[in-house]
Design a protein around this ligand. Structure first.
Ligand code: SF4
Ligand code: SF4
Length: 320
């Protein structure tokens, strides 16, 4: 008898483990439409210096080349929003919402690996041999799989939007070597005529052709490795020097975004108390303490200093 994963059981377990949403897809190649979108995006050079997005494209297009024998992809979303809609109005932490607490890679990977152990108990270790958990660290088109698994749609801001819950979610996947008794169906795009994110972007990084990372403040303040930010970027940054949430905060689907129950994603008291002067005089020791186990370390100390220095570009404009 062929063993089948129970969709109902998997979904109940995902919720028990603290995931907000879960969906199942058959492990098949990406749709022709998605492949064409990716090809056009790469050809435009919209990925900037993120050369890793060009590599292993064959595996990204066909998950069976990444994990031999995979039959089912389980996509999960974990809420990282730490602000109520009211608190968001007076929020002043100059770091993107997703990066204020513990590094999501660690939190989600640990949760997914715990799940794999439970699944091996349920279905038998031999049946689950080769199963893998991924969180943003392998050539996996996460938003596509979340869409394909029925979690939400990919908005014009290029984020996965969950109906009624918004886009403040981390995504992760289990690649499982068993077929499931039921797969989910994709959610239709509900952006409609809205173009708020395109207008709200201070860098004109968003268009119908996708996200041009080379212009995006999130890319420039986190991924870009130049010793100085390109001229004019400081003016666009406002007060944020790590990431940029503007194409999320403006999205009407985030108006009712509820705060997460994951304590790990909340900022420390010390981070909340930091003033602009504190940031300008940030020492290596304070940096190490504030961002121990945090995704902010991706920009490194020198990168943060570079970003903080760029804030004065806007102030220079205001000097009479
Ligand atoms: S993160 Fe900021 S700069 Fe990047 S696309 Fe969104 S609004 Fe534009
Ligand atoms: S702001 Fe509007 S267009 Fe942009 S992602 Fe949200 S709903 Fe879609």
């Amino acid at each position: 008898m062929n063993l089948l994963l129970s969709s109902e059981h998997l979904k109940a377990e995902a919720l028990r483990l603290g995931f907000f949403a879960v969906g199942l897809s058959p492990a098949e190649p990406l749709s022709a439409e998605r492949v064409a979108q990716r090809e056009a995006w790469l050809q435009e050079g919209f990925h900037g210096e993120m050369a890793y997005l060009e590599r292993n494209e064959d595996k990204r297009r066909d998950p069976r080349l990444l994990v031999e024998g995979v039959r089912t992809i389980v996509s999960v979303a974990m809420n990282y929003n730490t602000l109520t809609p009211e608190a968001a109005a007076t929020d002043h932490i100059p770091i993107a919402r997703y990066a204020r607490g513990r590094d999501y890679h660690d939190v989600m990977k640990a949760r997914l690996n715990e799940w794999l152990v439970d699944l091996a108990d349920t279905y038998g270790a031999a049946s689950l041999e080769g199963a893998r958990a991924f969180v943003d660290t392998a050539p996996v088109d996460e938003r596509y799989w979340a869409w394909r698994g029925g979690l939400g749609w990919i908005g014009k801001n290029r984020q996965l939007i969950i109906p009624g819950a918004g886009s403040y979610f981390f995504l992760g996947e289990l690649f499982l070597p068993l077929p499931a008794d039921r797969y989910d169906t994709p959610v239709p795009n509900r952006c409609g005529n809205c173009t708020r994110c395109l207008t709200a972007c201070p860098a004109q990084a968003l268009s119908e052709r996708g996200l041009d990372a080379r212009r995006c403040l999130s890319y420039l303040t986190i991924e870009y490795r130049g010793s100085e930010l390109p001229k004019g970027v400081g003016r666009q940054m406002g007060e944020m020097f790590y990431g940029c949430d503007r194409c999320s905060t403006c999205c009407p689907w985030n108006r009712r975004a509820q705060p997460t129950t994951e304590a790990a994603f909340y900022p420390s008291e010390e981070l909340q108390q930091m003033t602009l002067d504190d940031w300008r005089t940030l020492s290596v020791e304070t940096y190490q303490r504030l961002f121990k186990g945090s995704a902010v370390k991706r920009a490194k100390y020198a990168g943060l200093q570079r970003n903080i220095a760029a804030l004065s570009e806007a102030e220079e404009d205001e000097t009479p």
